[in-house]
Design a protein around this ligand. Structure first.
Ligand code: PRP
Length: 187
């Protein structure tokens, strides 16, 4: 378990991901080109680590980078619905623009929790940049802060997906593409 042979189908290849990340970075860079005060890009660990690393290298404006850790899924495939911030930001975001970087938005619980948290810390805007968006599974509506915008890489069909940062039982995050696991891989 944990290898390429466990994948039933690839949804987005490495090349498709790279192309889309470039487009998103260009769009965000155009939007934030003349923004002041500073912009803090906040990755939601662990799943966003590859997407964040790729997209910040293509952003053409000054950014600080930080991470938060939120836990909601445990080792299964269903959200607990009660996200918990288990590791908070190091950077003070008061009066700053924040771009939250996610690998996937599913129920919306994690983002809803994080946006409130950042607003409480005094961020002047909160945008969201999610690699995948699974609107079919949304349970919680989240409001962005200030002039914040929502950016997404791809709309994801309602499958449990792995790769490009996303895991099943903490495996498959290092796959360079996004795929669907063979059913027999689920415990
Ligand atoms: C995943 C993903 C998002 C969240 C989205 O994180 O990275 O943060 O779930 O789901 P939601 O919209 O239903 O809240 P997970 O808790 O699996 O942790 P991970 O990033 O460490 O994989």
């Amino acid at each position: 378990m944990g290898s390429e042979s466990d994948i039933e189908r690839i949804l987005w290849t490495e090349e498709e991901i790279s192309g889309r990340v470039g487009e998103l970075a260009a769009e965000i860079s155009a939007d934030f080109r003349e923004v002041s005060p500073p912009v803090v890009v906040v990755g939601v660990a662990t799943g966003a680590f590859l997407f964040l690393a790729d997209i910040v290298r293509k952003m053409t404006f000054p950014v600080s980078v930080d991470f938060v850790r939120v836990e909601s899924y445990g080792s299964g495939t269903e959200s607990s619905g009660r996200p918990r911030i288990s590791c908070d930001l190091k950077i003070d975001v008061k009066g700053k623009h924040v771009i939250l970087v996610e690998d996937i938005v599913d129920t919306g619980n994690t983002l809803s929790c994080l946006i409130s948290h950042l607003e409480g810390k005094g961020a002047c805007s909160v945008s969201v940049c999610s690699f995948l968006d699974k609107p079919a599974r949304r349970k919680v509506h989240f409001e962005l802060v200030g002039e914040g915008k929502f950016y997404r890489g791809f709309e994801c069909p309602d499958y449990f997906v792995v790769g490009y940062g996303m895991d099943y039982a903490e495996l498959y995050r290092n796959l360079p593409y996004v795929g669907v696991l063979k059913p027999e891989m689920y415990e």
